[in-house]
Ligand binder design. Structure first.
Ligand code: DGI
Ligand code: FE
Ligand code: FE
Ligand code: FE
Length: 187
């Protein structure tokens, strides 16, 4: 499938507002990839597809996870986490993506995980700081992203975990592991 056909198909899966977010993630992922020595084309490919399942009914997201024996422990945690696993599966099965690192970048774009690859960090951070995001603190992380990929991802994880704690929600263990791993990498 060529790039434009993929873009047209993904765009049709979501409201226009979410497509604009995806375009922001694509552009930001390319910039970060160039800055930190990752392949911009692979970063863009993961970005195009990262939220492909975001607007599916949650039952359909859960069915993909359950029926294909993906990490089913995620079904015990917030539904916001599910579209990432469903998206990676769809990227492989319906969009013909074969690059395992691109598939992992989609799969872990919400939770993160310990020992994230550079490509995973680039996509995770691009999702967090693309120009359409405007939550408190995002400008500080945009500034950090110019200095250190690891420190910016760590700050983003701190932000997400802080919001989950403030809302009284549980934290998916891979997110805690992602944060612990980055602190170890940085020390
Ligand atoms: O799909 P997006 O909105 O672009 O962003 P995303 O895929 O990073 O989803 C982030 C949402 O997931 C964020 O609002 C917080 C929520 N969430 C719920 N539980 C967890 C979680 N995020 C992480 N990283 N870990 C969790 O345990
Ligand atoms: Fe997402
Ligand atoms: Fe995210
Ligand atoms: Fe996103």
């Amino acid at each position: 499938m060529d790039r434009q056909e993929m873009i047209d198909r993904v765009r049709a899966e979501m409201p226009e507002k979410r497509w604009l977010h995806t375009e922001g993630v694509m552009a930001t992922a390319i910039v970060l990839a160039e800055r930190y020595g990752e392949d911009p084309q692979r970063a863009e490919l993961a970005a195009i597809l990262h939220d492909v399942a975001k607007f599916w009914p949650v039952d359909r997201q859960a069915a993909v996870i359950r029926d294909n024996a993906l990490s089913s422990d995620v079904l015990d945690y917030d539904k916001e986490l599910w579209h990432a696993l469903a998206g990676a599966w769809v990227a492989q099965r319906e969009y013909g993506v074969t690059d395992p690192e691109v598939l992992d970048a989609i799969n872990y774009h919400t939770s993160g995980r310990r020992g994230m690859t550079k490509l995973e960090k680039v996509v995770w951070l691009a999702d967090y700081i693309e120009p359409g995001r405007n939550f408190p603190g995002v400008d500080d992380i945009r500034a950090l992203a110019e200095q250190s990929l690891d420190r910016a991802v760590l700050a983003g994880l701190d932000g997400t975990i802080g919001v989950l704690i403030a809302r009284g929600k549980r934290i998916y263990p891979l997110t805690v592991e992602a944060r612990n791993g980055l602190i170890e990498e940085l020390s």
